[in-house]
Design a protein around this ligand. Sequence first.
Ligand SMILES: [Zn+2]
Length: 294
Amino acid sequence: MSKANLESLLNKRAVLLDGGMGTEFQSRGVPAGTHPDLLNLTDPAIVKAVIKSYVDAGSDVVLTNTFGSTRFVLEKHGEADKLAEINFRAAQIAREVADETTDHEVFVFGDLGPTGVMLVLGDVPESAIYDAYYEQIAALKEGGVDGVAVETSSDPQEAAQAVKAAKDQGLFVAVTATFDSGKNKDRTMMGATPEKFIEVVEAAGADAVGSNCGRGIEGFPPLCQRMRAVTQLPLWMKSNAGLPQTVDGVTTYAQTPQDFAEKAIKLIDEGAKFIGGCCGTNPDFIRELRKLIG
Ligand SMILES: [Zn+2]
């Protein structure tokens, strides 16, 4: 892509993101407990099929299957030696889907999740977090990503390191936090408010900010309003399909694609410029949103 292409699309209409990835693997028979990022190497066809299903549903932006592919996370799975290969291959898989799409332009964003390291405990310096994100982003960039999305953030200082590592490699970076904690369920697990989160990541250089996952689409209009009040950056919003329920050992989400899309589309009026879905949403949700975006 070029950054200009993404900006010209943003000037025309809201940009459609993708939906859940981990939950899509499970619905296609991948056992829960498998580290999904390893599928980039062991079963690239399933990764490609999920990404393609979102592009076919109309997504303008798709994410790579690399939410848990920093060195810190891969070390826990004993797979850190495959870090460069996993991230490079994941970017290539998504790039292939984008390049094979002829009916609309598709942008590939490298997906970055939390490291699992608690900066506040002082176990590692901030520079170690920066280095871990830098290393992951370098491999994603080599594989052909157009930008990166830092998701499910809880600690703004950690997210800021990912933002800096992306900007230092010249990439567009969106960063979203999950607000599902505190008395009013409007704080991250680490206690950050939307206002505090944006202050820190915007200062670090974020190009878009927002929220992903959380407690369902109903919680998103007030998040948009609060963020809109403190930043001019484009808002990036990916709600989950409500809270998961376990029925007979199977995780399900009660929300329908139509209901989700009708509520999600209203976020555009609240200032969202990028919209999509998180856990429990599937290509049907994105297809409904595509119809409404027009
Ligand atoms: Zn999610």
